[in-house]
Design a protein around this ligand. Structure first.
Ligand SMILES: *Cc1c(COP(=O)(O)O)cnc(C)c1O
Length: 460
């Protein structure tokens, strides 16, 4: 290309403010985003002209407006989970109940009694608000809430067993994900790990013979994210309590998921038996820890329940300051727990989205699948079908559970492309057997139309 025509093209490039003004008229994105995208578009075009790639200096402001809208989008976005994994850790685990969302809204709106005693007009404690609800729901003497179950575990270990020996089964030295590995957590809590038993079998006598005057804690970790099947033995919490209590040694159980729903309901939903918090507390364990956003279906939180002595040690521990929950978490958790309390006896847990999804009937899921398929209609080049599938609990809970479900499948020449396009429409799906699966278990009724629209857009 001739130098003079390059110069002519460069001179056609708009000024940043001119392009930004034209783009701003087409988007509600803030000024900084529009200016930034105008600048980038001009720089890109200039580079292309200099490289001899483009023969036009004009830039479409509509394209800049679309880029600016994208740039200014919130970093955390709402997605539709069509994976069928109910407590999907990557997708934020449990969606919150309406009452929990309202509670967050209310408390976020103004000031609150987070650490203020309305009776006395004096300083109160944030740790007081959920105690009685948790006592009622779990039967424990005392309770405290922290940011997540990882924090509850670290704090529980630090409070009960700093510089003491902690006896734990080799079959329970778990990794939960990321860098949370039990042996390292014990080290961090300044406990001295004493491993007993083997990978598949640990007996009460293994714990008994490992007890020394330096023993501070018997620890049991629920295998929530994997299963050991076959020739196995583990020691029940009550047997650990029976060993520890007469010797003045505390027992701590990390339940992981922490089911508040009873076993009968779990069975009705087709879930494998998960120990409930209440029955674990009833074994007499000094401390039981579990998550707020796994099977409980609430916000991210770690809940520790147990004896007053054990919980008080956690509350008073210097690390508590680093792990204490904020007002939004407490508000959402209190509202979620209230649903459980109100459901006792007669009520339903359907107000908790994760519970509703886990308890969804085969017939209801099939109806939703048929509705979704009908709403999608026919798309040239793609095959839309209703097929049986199985969903998972997720969130490191019940790894072997297969919940019978229904899906709408999309078959086309390039399933990877279809899945990626759906993701751009905020619908996360999975690919299996060369087609895209939209599992109805995790798609709420009021999301069906959005999913249908996203699928229809695959037709171009
Ligand atoms: C999930 C899990 C944790 C960690 O809980 P978070 O709330 O995710 O921090 C700890 N222990 C067990 C056994 C778990 O399953």
């Amino acid at each position: 290309m001739l130098a003079c025509s390059v110069r002519a093209l460069l001179s056609q490039l708009p000024a940043v403010h001119v392009l930004a003004d034209a783009a701003a008229a087409r988007t509600s994105a803030p000024r900084w985003a529009v200016v930034e995208c105008a600048r980038r578009a001009i720089a890109e075009r200039r580079a292309e002209i200099l490289a001899g790639i483009v023969v036009d200096g004009a830039i479409d402001p509509a394209v800049v407006a679309v880029d600016a809208t994208e740039l200014a989008r919130p970093v955390l976005r709402r997605l539709i989970n069509a994976t069928g994994v109910v407590l999907h850790t990557n997708l934020g685990r449990a969606p919150l109940a309406g009452a929990a969302r309202s509670a967050i809204h209310e408390v976020a709106h103004g000031y609150s009694n987070l650490e203020y005693d309305l009776e006395t007009g004096e300083r109160g404690s944030r740790h007081d608000h959920l105690r009685s609800l948790l006592q009622e729901l779990t039967g424990a003497e005392d309770a405290v809430v922290v940011n997540n179950n990882a924090a509850a575990t670290v704090l529980g270990l630090a409070a009960l067993a700093t510089d003491k020996e902690i006896i734990v089964s080799r079959g329970e030295l778990i990794e939960i994900g990321g860098s949370f590995r039990l042996p390292e957590i014990l080290k961090l809590s300044r406990g001295v790990m004493v491993e007993v038993g083997t990978t598949n079998k640990t007996h009460a006598s293994d714990y008994a013979s490992a007890i020394t005057p330096a023993t501070g804690l018997l620890l049991k970790v629920h295998r929530s994210n994997f299963a050991i099947v076959g020739f196995t033995t583990e020691v029940a919490p009550e047997a650990l309590v029976a060993l520890g209590r007469p010797r003045g040694i505390a027992t701590m159980i990390d339940l992981g998921s922490g089911a508040l729903v009873d076993r009968e309901t779990q069975r009705r939903w087709g879930l494998p038996d998960e120990p409930t918090v209440a029955e674990t507390v009833a074994t007499g364990a000094d401390l039981v820890t579990f998550s707020g956003d796994k099977l409980l279906g609430g916000p991210q939180a770690g809940i520790a329940v147990g004896t007053h002595a054990a919980i008080e040690l956690m509350r008073k521990h210097p690390l508590m300051r680093a792990f204490r929950p904020d007002k939004l978490t407490l508000a959402a958790l209190a509202a979620t727990l209230a649903i459980y309390r109100d459901a006792t006896g007669t009520g339903s847990l359907d107000d908790i989205p994760a519970m509703r999804m886990l308890g969804a009937s085969h017939g209801e899921l099939r109806t939703h699948a048929d509705q979704l398929a009908a709403s999608i209609g026919t798309i040239a080049g793609l095959t839309i079908e209703v097929e049986a599938c199985s969903s998972a609990v997720g969130g490191g809970a019940m790894p072997t559970a297969q919940l019978a479900s229904w899906a709408v499948t999309v078959r086309g020449p390039k399933p990877d492309d279809l899945e990626r396009q759906l993701r751009r429409s905020a619908v996360v799906a999975r690919i299996e057997h060369g087609r895209v699966w939209l599992d109805l278990r995790t798609i709420a009724a009021d999301e069906l139309e959005l999913v249908a629209t996203a699928v229809r857009s695959l037709g171009g």
